[in-house]
Ligand binder design. Structure first.
Ligand code: FAD
Length: 270
């Protein structure tokens, strides 16, 4: 689609990669403190310069999900570069060897087979998501660094909005479809791209090295703790206001009213 519009997608290497690991309840069962993590309704993030680990229970507390972020060191360079590679577990342990004992206990439980590592790339916003009767959705138009855990959610929101705008079509002509898709793009593009940037900005802040910016970030973390969580937090994934904005909207309801307004505004020839 971009080719036919003569647009180029700009992609840069973030110089970051991620390990994704899932440990089962039986793998954690030898350690009561790790079982307590699996049973808690808690997301834990450990941060350091250019690295972090985020963990949380999934699948009704039967699986502990572990996701990491670290500088890219293990990937082959172009032209043989790929999005994923396999590392022996020992390589991953070396990356996080200075992390706290809980992290090391978790990582040591990972079987000694190879661990999958994902390369993270930055996709700049596209100038458009639509061409005639064709629309891009999901990762195809707003793929993101993983720091807000929102890629899948955003894709579902796209689908629901598409459903609403297409349900409002006066007829099934290419012109009417194009208008509906333009409404979809108008409703979705800004929110999706704002969340992509928020994920990137949050990680930049979490990955700071020594210096004034890190001191200020840590002061805000301290204030957040002292106020019992009722203050902004540098980890945007955990920020109450950001969570309200991300999870607190009924996107179908909101978009139903928006799309009616937009369709009226866009008709008949705009
Ligand atoms: C390891 C990992 C962990 C993630 N964790 C989270 C998370 O915790 N929360 C979250 O919200 N998001 C998460 N995401 C992001 C999320 O998975 C994606 O944002 C989401 O899957 C995007 O959905 P999509 O439908 O746009 O694309 P995809 O899920 O990639 O679906 C595209 C589909 O199109 C198919 N396809 C491709 N080319 C063709 C072709 N030519 N013909 C036919 N079919 C084709 C592909 O096989 C695929 O099935 C994670 C992603 C990864 C990689």
């Amino acid at each position: 689609m971009l080719k036919s519009l003569n647009f180029t997608a700009s992609i840069t290497d973030s110089q970051e990669a991620a390990y994704r690991i899932m440990l089962t309840r039986s793998q954690l069962s030898s350690d009561l403190s790790l079982l307590a993590l699996l049973d808690a309704e808690v997301v834990t993030r450990w941060i350091a310069e250019r690295r972090h680990i985020i963990t949380y229970p999934v699948t009704n507390h039967t699986i502990y999900n572990i996701s990491t972020n670290q500088p890219v060191v293990n990937f082959a360079s172009a032209p043989s570069e790929t999005y994923t590679t396999k590392e022996p577990e020992i390589v991953m342990l070396e990356v996080f060897e200075d992390f706290c004992p809980t992290v090391l206990k978790l990582l040591n439980l990972i079987p000694e087979e190879e661990v999958c590592e994902w390369k993270l790339r930055i996709h700049e916003p596209l100038s458009t998501w639509i061409n005639g009767s064709v629309a891009l959705v999901g990762d195809a138009c707003h793929t993101s660094l993983s720091h807000m855990s929102q890629g899948g959610a955003r894709s579902v929101e796209d689908g629901s909005v598409l459903g609403v705008v297409l349900a409002n079509l006066p007829d099934a002509s290419p012109d009417a479809i194009n208008k509906a898709l333009r409404v979809y793009e108008k409703i979705r593009k800004q929110r999706a791209e704002m969340l992509v940037e928020l994920a990137a900005a949050s990680a930049r802040n979490l990955h700071l090295g020594e210096g004034k910016a890190k001191e200020e970030r840590d002061r805000i973390f301290r204030e957040f703790r002292e106020k019992g969580g009722k203050a902004p937090v540098p980890d945007k994934w955990a920020d109450a206001e950001v969570q309200k904005m991300v999870y607190g909207i009924d996107c179908v309801k909101l978009h139903e009213s928006n799309s009616r307004i937009c369709i009226i505004l866009c008709a008949p020839n705009d």
